[in-house]
Design a protein around this ligand. Structure first.
Ligand SMILES: Cc1ncc(C[n+]2csc(CCOP(=O)(O)OP(=O)(O)O)c2C)c(N)n1
Length: 345
């Protein structure tokens, strides 16, 4: 990892600098590899299910697909320690799974049913599950970064050696609050990791109209922290990069900006048909599908057979179906619940 500077060559084109062959990290054993794959498949199947529920009119609020982001979400969260704290964003269902949230809980919240943490007032994941150390996500892009930085600072003041990790998109990183949060974390040398999920579009705006620097991790030099750009579809590379950054932060050396390059494979949310994304670009990135490639890798490495992976997927789908059948029958919360935490008596 570059120290106090970024790994800079050229502004990534989204083509040439994304490697095809996957990394085999010496930091992982085969059991951990199976866990990575399991959580990536869980995230993928959950996504397909949410797409269907959205079309059936059963899901409310925005349904933000995280297809193409599974390696980034799962690889990064998996690198964290037991006491560390996750501040996920809207494309990080994989991280929720890594931190032990189950499908039923995810669905109760996203389908805004009785028992949801936001009492039905939200269907897009703006809730915290403090027992699971998941604090997410604030809608105002950039606002999570000062919160994750502040959490890291408070923990340090309490004498706890924890690391916080949060996420921001290539669009959200352009906001003032993002800058303030990163600067604060760098100045205070806070144990915070920021994953910049560069999926090349912020709604319909391509990277070319979002920023003029070469790589987003180059900004680390200006902040005086660590920065690196990686292929966000390579799960073991994501894991290893995050593991190193986390240990570096835990040792008191401050934050790292990790620009994880991926491609948003669907619209901003399911209401958006993403007509503005060139088809050729999607076809190119389809070949880099993080889940399919990691499945192939696991088979080639002799860790699981094709049949074992197929059985794993079947059991995940069965579990998902059971959770959907249960959750869609749950009542919606009483409308009065909507006033709670909004107005003071
Ligand atoms: C400060 C702020 N401005 C605008 C929005 C509305 N908004 C929500 S998501 C989004 C696009 C975000 O793009 P990016 O940060 O690249 O993340 P992506 O959705 O591509 O993962 C916008 C404009 C917002 N939530 N917050």
């Amino acid at each position: 990892m570059a120290k106090k500077s970024a790994t800079s060559t050229k502004k990534h084109s989204g083509k040439s600098d994304v490697q095809q062959s996957l990394t085999r990290s010496s930091l992982l054993n085969d059991k951990q590899r199976i866990d990575l794959l399991t959580n990536m498949i869980r995230a993928r199947e959950y996504d397909y299910a949410m797409q269907r529920l959205n079309r059936q009119g059963r899901a409310f609020g925005g349904v933000y697909s995280q297809i193409g982001n599974e390696a980034t979400a799962v690889g990064s969260a998996s690198a964290m320690g037991k006491e560390d704290v996750l501040f996920p964003m809207h494309r990080n269902v994989g991280g929720h799974y890594v931190f032990g949230q189950d499908t039923q809980t995810l669905l109760i919240n996203q389908l805004a049913r009785e028992g949801s943490m936001m009492r039905g007032t939200d269907g897009t994941g703006h809730y915290a599950d403090t027992e699971k150390r998941i604090y997410g996500n604030i809608s105002h892009l950039g606002a999570m970064i000062p919160v994750a930085a502040g959490f890291a600072m408070a923990a340090r003041m309490r004498g706890e050696n924890i690391v916080t990790m949060t996420y921001i998109g290539d669009g959200g990183i352009q906001t003032g609050e993002s800058h303030e949060g990163i600067n604060f974390a760098a100045v205070q040398k806070l144990p915070m990791i920021l994953i910049i999920e560069n999926n090349q579009y912020a709604y319909s705006s391509p990277s070319s109209v979002e920023y003029a620097c070469e790589k987003l991790s180059d900004r680390a030099l200006g902040y005086g922290c660590f920065g690196i750009t990686i292929d966000g579809t390579d799960v073991e590379l994501v894991y290893e990069t995050c593991k190193n950054a986390i240990e570096n932060a835990r040792a008191g050396n401050g934050p790292t900006l990790i620009e994880s390059v991926t491609m948003r494979m669907r619209g901003h949310a399911e209401h958006d048909d993403f007509f503005y994304v060139p088809k050729e670009k999607l076809e190119l990135w389809q070949k880099k599908d993080p889940v399919i490639r990691y499945e192939q890798f696991i088979i080639e490495q002799g860790i699981m057979t094709e049949k074992q992976i197929s059985d794993l997927r079947t059991s995940i789908i069965e579990e998902l179906r059971a959770a959907i059948d249960y959750v869609v029958e749950l009542p919606f919360p009483n409308a009065d619940e909507g006033y709670k935490s909004v107005f003071v008596d």
